[in-house]
Structure formats: C-alpha cells, structure tokens
Ligand binder design. Structure first.
Ligand SMILES: [Zn+2]
Length: 254
C-alpha cells in the first residue's frame, strides 16, 4: 500500500531517469493507446509526487497522473535488463535512451490538462503534502476545521485535507498524538491539533528516512490484543472509514 512517503521515494528515482529527458511512451490501456503518436518524442519537464499521486508534466502542458492504489508498482530497468513482471500488466512504459520506467497494475492512469486536473473532483484540489516544499500547516488546519462534525480518524484519510496519509500513518499519528480516532474535529483542543501536526510532520519524515529498512517506527498498526508500548493496555481495533484502525483505549481515551 503506497502512502505518501513511499510515493515520494519512487518519484525521486523516477525523477533521476526521466526529468528533463525526451521519452517515448507506450500505454497498456486501450483508451490511451490512440494517443501514442503524440508521445513518440516528448520532453518531461517535471516529475513530482503530491500525496499518493505521481504527476508527469510534459513540455506541451499535458499531465500524466498515476495512482498505484493497493496494487500498482514501479520498476526502472536498464535498456538491456529483462523485466521481472509480465508485460501485459504494464500500464505505462516510458523509454529514454538509457532506461525504461514501467508502472505495473496501476488502476489509475489519466492524461489531463492543468485545469482539468485542478477541477477534477477526485484527483484535483489536494490538501497540503508534508513532504512537499509548498506544505502549509495553516492550510492543513483550515481544511481540517471545515469538518467539525466528522471523526479525526476518517478525516486524516481525506486527501483533500492532507495528502499522503494512508491507513498506517493515520493510526500511528493518532496514537503518538494521544487522540482517539473517534474524536470529532470540533472537539479537538488547540494543543491537540498542534500535537497532530507535529506527529504528521515527524512520522512522514521518519518513514522517508527508514525507507530501505524494516518499519521499526510502527508501534500499534496490526497489533490488536497486544500490549500498548506506552502503558501496557491491550490495543483495540475497529472499522472506520472502511478500513481497520487500531487505538490504545487508555493513552488515546475512549
Ligand atoms: Zn496505551
């Protein structure tokens, strides 16, 4: 499951081989196949991640948006290197003169103009992303406070409030902040919101730094019934916003 830090990690590698380069693109999806002639030789001006989205900006202003959801993955191959995944699962193949970057099984691949992206109700208008230079904590709090009656565990997964938080991050951010996932936004104290913000920034950064190692920073995700690492109480789990979440009933209150 690709949460923000993993998406930024992949984007960095893609940027190294694709940004500023001329590419030839093949699409594995029928709806985009007919556009291939316009991608025979085109420069990628920018490769960026925003939340869980990959965005490739072409010299003609078009933007290729890719979202891995639960199943997609990227590979970067040298020209002579054999692929380790079947070609029929390739959704987009980007060729430079030295490398081939391939996204496999990604359920979301879209070609959009900047205004189409900005106005898209699902993919546009993303909230601030803690791993981008343009992150604004003020903007995050403004978007958070637009949902006073919603539960914090649900709102943290809303990409238009904060981009890049997935299930693991929302659970660990709330645990470290001592805020229960069921708390309504309108009930949060100023100091609790400050703690949330602090742990959001800290855990995104921690995950980025530990990318190649085991995720030793994860404390309660998938640890239902096990003792809380801070107080020894059994970790509970329940369903929220369609996903399983975990909490310590003592540290996070009930
Ligand atoms: Zn506890």
């Amino acid at each position: 499951m690709a949460e923000g830090p993993l998406v930024h990690h992949y984007a960095k590698q893609l940027r190294e081989v694709l940004q500023g380069r001329e590419v030839r693109i093949e699409f594995g999806l029928r709806k985009l196949k007919e556009l291939e002639p316009s991608f025979e030789k085109i420069r990628i001006d920018k490769v960026e991640a925003h939340g869980k989205q990959f965005r490739f900006h072409f010299e003609d202003q078009r933007i290729l948006l890719v979202h891995l959801m639960m199943w997609g993955s990227w590979r970067i191959y040298n020209k002579s290197q054999p692929w380790d995944k079947p070609r029929e699962r390739a959704r987009v193949i980007l060729h430079t003169n030295s490398h081939t970057a391939v996204v496999f099984s990604a359920p979301v691949v879209k070609l959009l103009t900047p205004s189409e992206l900005q106005n898209n109700p699902n993919w546009g208008n993303l909230g601030p992303d803690p791993l981008r230079h343009d992150f604004s904590s003020k903007e995050f709090l403004r978007r958070l406070e637009q949902h006073p009656s919603k539960e914090i565990g649900e709102v943290l997964l809303d990409q238009q409030v904060i981009a890049g938080v997935g299930n693991i991050l929302r659970i660990e951010i709330l645990f470290r902040s001592h805020v229960h996932p069921r708390r309504r936004i309108g009930s949060l104290l100023k100091k609790e919101k400050a703690e949330l913000l602090r742990w959001i920034l800290k855990l995104f950064e921690t995950w980025m730094k530990q990318m190649s190692r085991r995720n030793t920073w994860i404390q309660i995700y998938r640890r239902n019934g096990k003792p809380c690492p801070q107080c020894g109480t059994r970790i509970q789990f329940f369903r929220q916003a369609g996903r399983i979440t975990y909490a310590c009933p003592r540290c996070q209150g009930e």
